[in-house]
Design a protein around this ligand. Structure first.
Ligand SMILES: [Zn+2]
Ligand SMILES: [Zn+2]
Length: 280
């Protein structure tokens, strides 16, 4: 049985995310463990951590995923931002370990013109540094990206290069974002395109490295490079695309976490029902 969940707000404190997940009928969920719009953060409160762990356990939620702050850029050649990004990444790993999260998801970042190879060396060094600083054992999944501008991680070959360059490669996985893949030119909306995508994953990072799916429909067209998430069934992947994806055993064994737009509270319930309706 595929586990389904979504990115949820921690407004009102971390344990509130568990309450929301229960209300929505999620199997698991994703949260930010720090303010996503700032590089500064208050430490986690021990009572909140304990309450979160307890509530999560009680509810049997799996997986719990922490998404790294969007301002982190470990591909940047700017030294100050790079050092700060390494520290924040280390802190995210430490927080994830503290709250009992199963997975941390990160973006490889933007190289700002220095080229992919140099950037990959920086990303790998940052991951090693973050693990050594945090002493965390939580799995870190690197997300495939739409490839806009100088974004690193548009292809699975790039993700493999990052993993192979890390000393902590055994702790690393891949988060497969369907919207990003489609925007990057992987036609996951058709059976043939999905076959080709899964073949490419197999021959690069390997299917075993993929630990989770970000199930997002795509507003942009195939290969547009546009990272615009759409509600399930309303974009260019569509219900047929997600039904095809969920018909593949290599995908259906993974947790599916939605990061779809929430314009009204019903959107979350609707999207969750829509993705579940795609189970063949
Ligand atoms: Zn992401
Ligand atoms: Zn994503």
């Amino acid at each position: 049985m595929t586990a389904f969940g979504m990115h949820l707000s921690v407004a009102g404190g971390l344990p509130k995310a568990v309450t929301r997940a229960i209300e929505l009928g999620c199997d698991g969920f994703q949260v930010f463990a720090r303010n996503p719009r700032s590089m500064r953060a208050k430490p986690l409160e021990p009572e909140q951590v304990a309450a979160f762990r307890h509530a999560r356990e009680e509810a049997g939620m799996w997986p719990v995923v922490v998404h790294v702050n969007y301002l982190v850029n470990v591909a940047t050649p700017k030294e100050e931002l790079y050092d700060l990004s390494c520290d924040v990444l280390g802190d995210e790993l430490a927080r994830a370990q503290a709250i009992g999260a199963d997975i941390v998801v990160m973006h490889p970042g933007h190289h700002l013109g220095t080229g992919i190879d140099e950037a990959i060396t920086r990303v790998a060094a940052a991951i090693d540094r973050a693990y050594e600083q945090s002493d965390s054992q939580v799995t870190l999944c690197i997300e495939n990206m739409a490839g806009a501008g100088t974004e690193v991680g548009r292809t699975f070959a790039e993700l493999k290069q990052i993993i192979d360059s890390c000393r902590h490669g055994d702790l690393l996985g891949v988060c497969f974002d369907t919207c990003h893949a489609f925007a990057a030119g992987y036609d996951v909306a058709t059976p043939e395109g999905l076959d080709a995508t899964l073949d490419e994953i197999s021959s690069t990072v390997g299917l075993q490295r993929v630990k989770m799916v970000h199930a997002n429909d795509a507003m942009g067209t195939l290969g547009s490079g546009k990272d615009r998430h759409h509600n399930i069934g309303k974009g260019n992947i569509g219900l047929r695309g997600f039904t095809e994806i969920l018909s593949r055993p290599a995908m259906a064994r993974l947790p599916f976490i939605l990061e779809t737009p929430v314009n009204s509270p019903e959107d979350q319930e609707r999207d969750l029902a829509a993705i579940r309706s795609c189970v063949p």
